[in-house]
Design a protein around this ligand. Structure first.
Ligand code: DER
Length: 221
C-alpha cells in the first residue's frame, strides 16, 4: 500500500547516502528496516564495507538477517551517519520518537553520529509536537518520577505488554511510560526538564540535534 511504498522509498534513499567504509547507526522501526534491507543489497551487490551499531535487540537481529556486520560504540564512538525513524516531525526538524521503546539507545547513537538521517512517511509530519512522550524510567524510581512528570503538566501512563502481563521492559531492563503533555510549544525545554528528573533514563523528544538532521519524506509510487 501507499504508506509501505513511502516507507520503502524513504529507507532506500537514506541507505543510498551511505558510502563504502562508513560506520552506520541503525535505528529501530519499520521504516529504518527498509534502509537496512537496501544496505544489505548494496553490501551484496556493490561490496560496500560498512559496520552498523544497532539501537535495539530487534535491529541487531534484523541486521544479521540482512548481512550487515555489526560493531559497537566502544570500538567506534563517532559514527559517520545514523539512520532512524520518527513518530512526529516538525518543520524545524524537532521530533518525538519512541513508539518502539528504543529511544534510549537511539538518542545515544544519533548523538554519536556526524549526520542524523530520519526516514518517515508524510503522516509523521506535524506543525507542532503533541504526541505522548515515551519516557524510559528506572523501575526503582517510577513513583517519584511520575509525580514530578505530573508537576510538569504530564499525564504518565505505564506501557503494558500486549503478549505479556505487566509492564513492557526495555532492552535496557527499564519501564516505559507514555506521557501526554498536549501541544509542546518548547520541545527543547521540555526535553531537558524531563531528563533532569532523577530516575529518568531518556525521553523521546529529539529537539537538540536539528543542525545535523536530514529528514527524508518517502514518496509512494
Ligand atoms: O521507536 C522509534 O523511535 C521508531 O523509530 C519509531 O519512531 C518509528 O517507527 P516506524 O518507522 O515503524 O513508524
Amino acid at each position: 500500500d501507499a504508506v509501505t511504498e513511502a516507507k520503502r522509498n524513504a529507507g532506500y534513499r537514506a541507505a543510498d547516502l551511505v558510502k563504502d567504509g562508513m560506520i552506520v547507526g541503525l535505528g529501530t522501526g519499520s521504516t529504518v528496516f527498509f534502509a537496512m534491507e537496501r544496505l544489505g543489497e548494496r553490501i551484496a551487490s556493490e561490496g560496500i564495507r560498512i559496520f552498523g551499531v544497532p539501537t535495539s535487540n530487534q535491529t541487531a537481529m534484523r541486521a544479521e538477517e540482512y548481512g550487515i556486520p555489526l560493531t559497537t560504540l566502544s570500538l567506534h564512538p563517532v559514527l559517520d551517519i545514523a539512520i532512524d525513524g520518527a513518530d512526529q516531525v516538525t518543520p524545524s526538524k524537532q521530533m518525538i520518537k519512541g513508539r518502539g521503546a528504543a529511544h534510549l539507545r537511539e538518542k545515544i547513537v544519533a548523538d554519536a553520529a556526524k549526520q542524523f538521517v530520519v526516514v518517515i512517511d508524510s503522516a509523521k509530519e506535524v506543525s507542532v509536537l503533541d504526541a505522548a512522550v515515551p519516557i524510559e524510567i528506572l523501575p526503582f524510581a517510577y513513583g517519584s518520577v511520575c509525580r514530578k512528570l505530573a508537576s510538569l503538566g504530564g499525564e504518565p501512563v505505564m506501557r503494558n505488554g500486549v503478549k505479556k502481563d505487566g509492564p513492557v521492559i526495555s532492552d535496557n531492563g527499564n519501564y516505559i511510560f507514555d506521557c501526554a503533555f498536549g501541544k509542546v510549544d518548547d520541545p527543547s525545554g521540555l526535553e531537558s526538564a524531563i531528563n533532569a528528573i532523577p530516575g529518568v533514563l531518556e525521553n523521546g523528544i529529539f529537539a537538540k540535534m536539528t543542525e545535523k538532521t536530514l529528514i527524508i519524506v518517502g514518496k509512494s509510487a
